[in-house]
Design a protein. Structure first.
Length: 274
């Protein structure tokens, strides 16, 4: 039994893909698809994944705070994977999000939660699941900034204040010192996005890539994130509202803006594989 758990090989292909692509292109775009029956069926999720890939997205994140059913998550990933070449990375809200069909999982800890369960409890109990699934796990510090939306409420976060960049940067730096390979700055889905000053200070103090998400709706929003120093921009709600309607045309405009802004910016960092 222990062999089943321990013999699974650890791979780093997705993390290396992220670092290599970041060093080549300066900034990446990740498309978030929430495997939630209240939002879409697995087959619609697969169509969305394909359209996002055609629009130029660099990876598909599958997950969300309210994805509760492992079978549904599994089916969603299975169908997306049939049609899509870019990596599929789990962005877990809990155990139900773990699936061996994904390329990797963001093995994340909500570092500003009031509840230890969200920074080490779930992860300890889920560690065997991840090991048995045999998928690459990328350690990631997750920080939730006001207003936080569902992610903030569900993970009982002590929300980081929007007007105190130094606090979020301090949590980010501590996460890097602990050995996390990525930092995710989250303002919550569908709400106010993160103030660029926070991203800017974090990018000045960190050596690891910054993922930023929550409320990105326009090419101006996305470009402002990249200019501030975000390395990976995540969008979810925009995809749900627009992808099927315009077949990815408006998403492509935003992704092109991300790539152009990074290319023309003189503040891009280069990353080491750690
Ligand atoms: C979730 O922040 C992302 O982590 C997505 O937010 O749905 O607002 O794009 P949106």
């Amino acid at each position: 039994m222990v062999d089943i758990i321990l013999n699974n090989e650890k791979k780093h292909a997705t993390y290396e893909y992220i670092i290599n692509k970041l060093n080549r292109e300066g900034a990446l775009h990740f498309s978030l698809i929430d495997p939630d029956p209240f939002r879409q069926s697995p087959s619609k999720a697969a169509k969305m994944g394909k359209l996002a890939e055609q629009a130029g997205t660099d990876a598909i994140l599958v997950g969300g705070s309210t994805a509760f059913d492992q079978v549904y998550v599994d089916k969603t990933i299975e169908l997306i994977k049939k049609d899509v070449q870019v990596p599929i990375i789990i962005f877990p809200g809990g155990f139900a999000n773990v699936s061996k069909r994904a390329d990797a999982i963001l093995f994340m800890s909500v570092l500003n939660s009031n509840n230890h369960y969200f920074f080490i409890g779930y992860q300890a109990l889920g560690s065997y699941l991840v090991k048995m699934a045999g998928i690459e796990h990328i350690p990631m510090g997750y920080l939730i900034i006001e207003p936080g939306a569902s992610a903030g409420w569900i993970s009982d976060a002590k929300l980081l204040p929007r007007n105190k960049p130094k606090l979020t940067a301090a949590y980010s730096l501590a996460a890097e010192m602990f050995g996390f390979k990525l930092i995710y700055l989250e303002a919550g889905s569908g709400g106010n996005s993160i103030p660029p000053e926070i991203i800017k200070l974090c990018s000045q103090v960190l050596s690891i890539p910054i993922i930023a998400g929550g409320g990105v709706q326009t090419k101006e929003d996305a470009a402002a994130f990249v200019e501030a120093g975000a390395d990976i921009i995540v969008m979810g709600t925009f995809l749900e509202n627009n992808l099927m309607k315009d077949k990815g045309a408006s998403l492509k405009v935003i992704i092109d803006a991300i790539k152009d802004t990074a290319k023309n910016s003189n503040n891009r960092r280069t990353f080491q594989k750690i």
